[in-house]
Design a protein around this ligand. Sequence first.
Ligand code: UDP
Ligand code: MG
Length: 359
Amino acid sequence: MANPFGHGGEHGMIPTLPGSLSVVVPCFNEESSVEELVARIGRAASGLVADFEVLIIDDGSTDGTLRQARLLADLDARVRYVSLSRNFGKEGAIYAGLLHARGESVLLMDGDLQHPPEVIRMLLEKRAETGADQVIARRTRAGDPPIRTLLTRICYGLMNRAVDVRLADGEGDFRLLSRRAVAAVLELSEANRFSKGLFAWIGFPSATVDYENVSRAHGRSRWSTRHLINYGIDGVMSFNSRPLRTMIHLGYVITILSLLYVAWLVMNAIVFGVSAPGYITVIAAVVGFGGIQLLSLGVIGEYVGRMYVETKNRPKYFIAETGGSGLGGFRLAEQLSAGNEVDVRRVERQISPQSPRDA
Ligand code: UDP
Ligand code: MG
């Protein structure tokens, strides 16, 4: 059974065309790259797949990205765009893209030309060769500044110690997914999305293809060091509750130590009589325990915060505008009515018929 849901993943109306490919590109202020990107994807993909579409997800760009997308969709029937109502972040844009892609397989890539479209050929060939559900483009770190490479290494080293899924350096969102892998990722409908981990979590056979890193052509990356650190925390927290466990370990080690210390003090008092010194010890204990307690509270708070966000169960994005035809020649705008939210949820249910939310 090639397609367990019997449809192409959208509104239950459009069957996926065999051999078709959707290239999903989340774009936030990529005005200067998007045109070249679409042209290069076109050159790279034509002849390789039976039919393809480029699906631009405009993630609330404040520059001319949407204007470019409209133009491109007018020029080329294979270009389709979905414009979100504001900037929801790359993860939200990816979710929207996967949800609206109609291809039998879906290729996810960045809009800033850091993922060279020429790699698409390698990905497709690897897929044909191995039949893997996920073909991952792994970038080598040739063009990166050394500090960044080092930071990233450390980040991954730490994260892989803490996380249950395997995360590999250089393996990001640039990958080719089979229809069932797309359906699986969409079933993980959490609000705090950490796609790198989600892709690893769903499993399925995967293969990798190496490509040379390219520096950003225009604009600048929105990943500062602070972002990277937060990304690391996200990675750890999204995939397990180990930090909570660590706090318990820390708690009993400290409890045992302090009990021993108290016992020693009592012994001392009994043997030598009560004496006043101990100011430094008291202050050290107060400050030390205060710090540990705050840290622990922070960790708990982080999980509670995440639960809060998840229980609100808000849509991951809203669509403000769509256009273009893409695969199957349907105009998305004609299918999406004004009631975006209702629509998105209905689609989600169709994609995951057994989702616990409906049970
Ligand atoms: N992006 C997005 N929404 C955001 C931030 C980024 O859709 O809020 C897109 C961006 O346009 C690009 C991709 O995600 O196509 C990767 O972003 P960026 O280049 O900033 O990240 P990096 O390549 O440094 O990981
Ligand atoms: Mg980039």
